[in-house]
Design a protein around this ligand. Structure first.
Ligand SMILES: Cc1ncc(COP(=O)(O)O)c(C=O)c1O
Length: 360
């Protein structure tokens, strides 16, 4: 039997191990100078004024909505296809989540449908750049301006991805990133909010520490929580950030291998990512007519793949009985093929070979 191929492959190396040891030796373990340095480097890479690290991408989304003033009874617009963390961030604040269907053939919010769900309770729009694909930020920002709404980009899957206006996650009030393991670079767990607005930055810093801006002369001005990151994890982040350009190249190369390898197959099609325009296909996503059979076939051949998550409107607690026709093909037929920046060429070729065998 061939060795197992996992759906995701990344790595942490000696550089990260040394950086952790160094942080501990310097007694930098909780949130301190290493976090500040990682934030400075991230802001510099993305060309933004401020970056604020926190415990996860989910926390980053929650904090951003708090800063946008979202509270109980407000409404927040979310695409019907995303990792459910986007919707949960709004739900946790007591807001009503209003779903919008995705574009035909692209699992990205259909900006043309957003105005249909805006009411006088709407507070924010959360476009999600799934798998590095850009939402139509110009259109979304125009709508937000017209209705006086906040825009918070969920760029959890889009670090390093670009559209014609620059990096995704930097084209709205606040952009959120994730550094969990299945991301281009990772700190194990971790998240970041970036912004160009000083007023948001100052509030983010405060709510990260129980709403207290100045910990020495603490005043109870506003609520917050302990959303702080750690120097130990930031030490990993600094090392991983150094290899981000190489990883983007590797990820693009994996996409090209699959694109070529699957071109002749009719039962499975890659869900396109526009790598020419700078989008980074962090995952290899495909639509397959016989997805469940294929997942089992690959599993029998010691290859792990994963069906897509269900469309969000199926979560009963959102009380949404609407129909989202463009989301359905993704929920029913979408799947992830083995990928990740450290997935070997040998592995990718073996997966492609098995996909051809399945077809035969
Ligand atoms: C689109 C999207 N949003 C939010 C998140 C949440 O990030 P985290 O897992 O770091 O909380 C993820 C994580 O994968 C994601 O893919």
């Amino acid at each position: 039997m061939d060795s197992r191929i996992n759906w995701w492959r990344t790595s942490f190396n000696n550089g990260e191990a040394e950086a952790i040891a160094n942080a501990i030796a310097m007694e930098n373990v909780s949130q301190g100078p290493v976090v500040a340095e990682f934030e400075r480097r991230l802001a510099n890479y993305l060309g933004v004024s401020y970056a604020v690290m926190t415990t996860s991408g989910s926390t980053a989304l929650l904090m951003s909505l708090m800063i946008a003033g979202v509270k109980h009874g407000d409404e927040v617009i979310v695409p019907n296809r995303t990792w459910i963390a986007t919707a949960h961030a709004a739900y946790m604040l007591g807001a009503k989540v209003k779903f919008v269907d995705v574009e035909p053939g692209r699992p990205i919010i259909d900006a043309g449908l957003i105005e249909e769900v805006i009411t006088d309770k709407t507070k924010a729009i959360m476009p999600v750049h799934m798998c590095g694909r850009s939402a139509d930020m110009r259109k979304i920002n125009n709508i937000a301006e017209q209705y006086n709404l906040s825009v918070i980009e969920d760029a959890a899957q889009a670090l390093g991805s670009r559209n014609i206006d620059g990096f995704l996650g930097t084209q709205s009030d606040m952009g959120c990133f994730s550094f969990s393991v299945a991301k281009v670079i990772s700190t194990g767990q971790g998240g970041c909010i970036v912004t160009n607005e000083k007023k948001y930055y100052e509030k983010l810093i405060a709510i990260r520490t129980q709403g207290v801006g100045d910990i020495i002369n603490a005043q109870w001005d506003e609520p917050g929580f302990n959303f702080r990151f750690t120097d130990i994890l930031a030490a990993i982040g600094i090392e991983q950030l150094k290899i981000l350009p190489n990883r983007i190249e590797k990820i693009n190369e994996i996409y090209r291998m699959y694109e070529k390898g699957l071109a002749e197959l009719t039962y499975i099609k890659l869900i396109p990512v526009d790598i020419q325009s700078g989008e980074v296909p962090v995952y290899i996503e495909a639509l397959c007519e016989c997805r469940d059979e294929l997942v089992s076939f690959l599993e029998k051949n010691n290859i792990q793949s994963r069906p897509f998550y269900p469309d969000l409107n199926f979560a009963k607690y959102f009380n949404d009985s609407n129909h989202y026709p463009e989301s359905e093909p993704f929920g029913n037929r979408g799947m992830y093929l083995p990928c990740g920046p450290e997935q070997s060429e040998v592995n990718i070729n073996r997966v492609i070979e098995k996909l051809h065998q399945f077809s035969a």
